[in-house]
Design a protein. Structure first.
Lengths: 384, 119
């Protein structure tokens, strides 16, 4: 699979607030932008991939909206990591010759449309979780707070160190004109913000925005003929060990240890080879756990690793260069935005936040409550 | 499909009758929670109900912050039972922020739920 397919186009739509736009319309708008970026149109698309928390049979809805009659449709839904995971079936379908151009898209209006609380009521009625719900976890924050508390207990990680992650994300967002939250933020601001679930304050939690994203995946030979520099898929791996937080074996170790290993093995690379890192930061603890589990530092060392601005602009390791889910955009499921930022960095299109000479990008998706972990490694032509 | 209901409903029925029971696999001997159709450790089908000791240790804990008008802050925690299974629950009778990781706790049934008191 290594190097056989590439992202040829990527686009955003409706990020921040998109009042009056349906989720399918936002996904379709992102698709239009991604296709234009790739120098293609809906007429070229014969493979369609989408996942949604709300849209029933979302693949049918988006195909109908765009007027596409796909030969290949895929809607694996494993939470926010889904769109990173979609690289796997999309690449398989392309390599098997089932289709030639796969469009992967996502759209959400969770900020201005049907609210999270209201949607949550419907979901609880349809999919009760009788071994957690009676205790009223305020999820997802409660689940991530339990992980953060355990990491602090086991490794002496400090709230200040988690706060550094939020501050680093904000500093990157300040370099990104498309980011939603760009006002200054200090470690003290994070610590003094409203506590949501101890030890996480509201600034340890991601944004709640609208937004959509899309990317176009084609075989490598096709990608070379298209206008933009291809971002080749070098490696990808997926793993999940639980759904509910109460079933997670060890709250300080995620299945990213396994997904990361698979992705590195396929790519023939390791953490030391990665130039730019995009991690699914629904909460500050995510970034810390994934830095450890993906081998950027040892287990338990994440707190010290992120200190002193190491992952902020100007630091040794550029992490979440668009501002992440904490400060750029987080419309319920963030996974597609990881790949879009990785593509922009590899093309050298990231403006003030561009990582110099970025050749290898790692995008790591998280779904559920530290549940689904999917790691993708993308690279430029020089890395093939 | 011989029992009249699935293991989830059996658990809830027992709880409603005042009994907190978990499963134990007759194949590998490991305890299982939440209740399953198959043993998640070895795949065996013979899961038998048993009454746990009720003793547990807090594995992790948080305080969910809520406005006083809505009932105020409350505890949500993960408890490791002596039998080796973990469950979500709450520790009551003490302020939510005084619940600590490593605390010994004892189960009770209240309002149809398994909750814990400091042991």
């Amino acid at each position: 699979m290594r190097g056989s397919v590439a992202i040829a186009g990527a686009g955003l739509a409706g990020c921040g607030e998109a009042p009056g736009w349906s989720e399918t319309e936002i996904a379709a708008s992102a698709a239009k932008n991604a296709l234009a970026d790739a120098g293609l149109t809906t007429r070229d698309v014969d493979g369609l991939v989408i996942a949604s928390t709300n849209i029933f049979m979302s693949g049918l809805a988006l195909a109908e909206h765009l007027g596409i009659h796909p030969k290949f449709t895929e809607s694996t839904m494993v939470g926010g990591s889904s769109f990173v995971g979609h690289l796997i079936p999309a690449a398989l379908a392309l390599n098997a010759g089932l289709c030639d151009v796969v469009l992967v898209a996502y759209g959400s209006n969770q900020r201005t449309g049907v609210g999270r609380a209201e949607a949550g009521k419907y979901k609880a009625a349809l999919d009760p979780q009788p071994f957690e719900q009676p205790y009223k976890p305020f999820n997802p924050p409660t689940a991530y707070a339990l992980a953060a508390a355990r990491h602090m207990h086991q490794y002496g990680t400090k709230r200040e160190q988690l706060a550094e992650i939020a501050v680093a994300a904000r500093k990157w967002a300040q370099l990104n004109p498309e980011a939603f939250a760009r006002e200054p933020l200090t470690v003290e601001d994070v610590l003094k913000s409203r506590m949501v679930c101890d030890p996480l304050t509201v600034r340890d939690c991601c944004l709640v925005t609208d937004g959509g994203g899309a990317y176009v995946l084609v075989r490598a030979e096709r990608a070379k003929e298209l206008p933009k520099r291809p971002a080749y898929l070098l490696g990808v791996g997926a793993a999940h060990w639980h759904r509910q937080i109460s079933s997670m074996p060890d709250l300080t170790v995620t299945a990213a240890t396994e997904s990361g290993r698979r992705a590195y093995e396929m790519a023939g690379l390791g953490a030391q080879d990665v130039d730019v890192v995009e991690l699914y930061d629904a909460f500050t603890i995510n970034t810390l756990l994934f830095l450890e589990d993906l081998g950027f530092c040892g287990k338990g060392e994440g707190g010290a690793f992120v200190s002193g601005g190491r992952i902020a602009p100007g630091g040794a390791l550029p992490v979440n260069t668009n501002g992440g889910g904490l400060s750029c955009v987080h419309p319920g499921m963030y996974g597609i935005f990881l790949l879009i930022e990785a593509v922009r960095q590899l093309r050298g299109e990231a403006g003030a936040r561009q990582v110099k000479d970025a050749q290898v990008a790692l995008a790591h998706g998280n779904g559920g409550v530290l549940s689904s972990q999917i790691t993708a490694i993308l690279g430029t032509q020089d890395t093939l | 499909m011989s029992p009249p209901s699935g293991p989830e409903q059996q658990f809830l029925d027992k709880l409603a009758a005042g009994r907190f029971e978990i499963q134990r696999c007759a194949g590998c001997g490991k305890h299982v929670f939440y209740p399953r159709v198959l043993c998640p450790h070895c795949g065996a089908e013979r899961l038998e109900w048993m009454a746990p000791s009720g003793r547990g240790t807090v594995y992790s804990t948080t305080v969910v912050r809520r406005k006083p008008a809505d009932g105020g802050d409350y505890n949500v925690c993960l408890v490791d039972l002596a039998e080796g299974v973990r469950m979500m629950s709450r520790v009551v009778s003490v302020p939510p922020e005084s619940v600590k990781i490593g605390m010994s706790v004892m189960a009770r049934i209240a309002e149809g739920l398994v909750e814990f008191l400091p042991a």
